[in-house]
Design a protein around this ligand. Sequence first.
Ligand code: PLP
Length: 403
Amino acid sequence: MNINNIRSDFPILSRRVHGKPLVYLDNGATTQKPRCVVEKIQEMYYSVNANVHRGVHFLSQAATDEHEASRRTVQEFIGAASANEIVFTRGTTEAINLISSSFCREFCKPGDEVIISAMEHHSNIVPWQLQESILGIKLRVLPITDEGEIELEELERMLSSRTKLISITHISNVLGTINPLEEIIEIAHRHDIPVLIDAAQSVQHVPVNVQQLDCDFLVFSSHKIYGPTGMGVLYGKEKWLDKLPPYQGGGEMIASVSFEKTTFANLPFKFEAGTPDYVGSTALATALKYLSDIGLENIVRHEHEVLRYATEQLLAIDKLKIYGTAKNKSSVISFLVDGVHPYDMGVLLDTMGIAVRTGHHCAEPLMRRFGIEGTVRASFAMYNTKEEVDTLVAGIKRIAGMF
Ligand code: PLP
C-alpha cells in the first residue's frame, strides 16, 4: 500500500488551511473522497442521468442497470447472501429509524425490551426512545468498563422473554472500542433474539462479512467510507425484512395501488419509497471498489500502525489522558489535556491546519458515564501518516504550554 499514491487520489488533502498544510483527523465524522468517486458522480449526471426502474428509454435503463449493479457491489462488499437484502437509505441514522419503527411495530408490545450499549451514538439511542413513547417499549443499557469495553457477562443477565432485539455498535465513534460481535450474536441467538449492528465506524476500517457474523441487521453510511453524503445501507436477513412492514409509503415501494387496497413491492423495494439516490448508490459502489482494490487487510495494518504510534506519542504528553483503552481498538483516539478545555484545543489546533473534533461526539450518555463534558477526538483514515501524528503532537504540546 503506497500511502503517497493514495494521498494523491484525494485532492483535498493537498490544500492548505489557515496557510498551513491540512492535517485532516476528523475521519470519524466523515472521510474525504477519492477522485474516482467525484468523477463517478459527474459521469452519472453528465452521461447517464434518468429516473430509474420506470423508464423504457435507453438512459433510464442504463441508470437502472448502474443502480442495481451498485446494490450487488454492496452485497459482495459485506458478504450478504442476496442483493434483496440490501436496502439503500440516506445513512446509518435513517436505517436505524427504519428498523426501530418497522420492527417495533411488528414485534413489540408495551413492556418489551430493546438492549443497546452505553457507548452508542445518539442515532442508536433516540430512535428507540421514540418507540418507547409511541409503543411503550423499554430501552435497556448494557454497561461498559472504565477501559471502554462492554460488560459481556451482564448481557446474559439482562436477557429475558421480554427482550426483542439487541442493537449495538461495532466500533465506538468515541472510544474506538471494537466490540466482540461474535460473542454478542452467539449469546443473543441462543435466546432467539435478533441483533442489529451499527457499522458506521467499522466497514471502512475492518473486513465485515454479515453471513460469517450471522447478524440479523447491519447499517452503515456511505460518507464515512469514502463515498458520497446522503447515502447509506441497511442490510437485513431476508427472513426478517420479509416480515417487516414498510417504513415509508409512496412510489417505487408498491406492487399495485387502489383507493381500497394497496399491495407492496418485493424486497428490497418495499423499503425504498420514492426516487432513490441512484447517483449516490453508484458513487458508493465506486468507493467500495476503490477500497477493495487497496485491500482492507492493508488498510487494517496501516491504520493499526498509525494508531499504535499516535497512542504512544500522545501518552508521552504531560497531563494528557486517553479515553478508551480497550484491548481491541480501531483508529480513534479521544483525549483531554488537564487544564485545557477541549473546545479551546480544537480551535487552536485548527489555526495550525489540524482538523479534529471536539465535544460530546453525539454520545452524551457516554460522556456522562466518564463524568466529562466532551473530549478532543483524532480519528485516522487510510491516508493519514505518522508525520501528521507528529504535527498533531507538536500542536498539542504548544497549546498545553500556553495554558
Ligand atoms: N453510529 C455511529 C457509531 C456513528 O459514528 C455515526 C456518525 O458519526 C452514526 C451512527 C450516524 O451516522 P449518520 O450521521 O451518517 O447517519
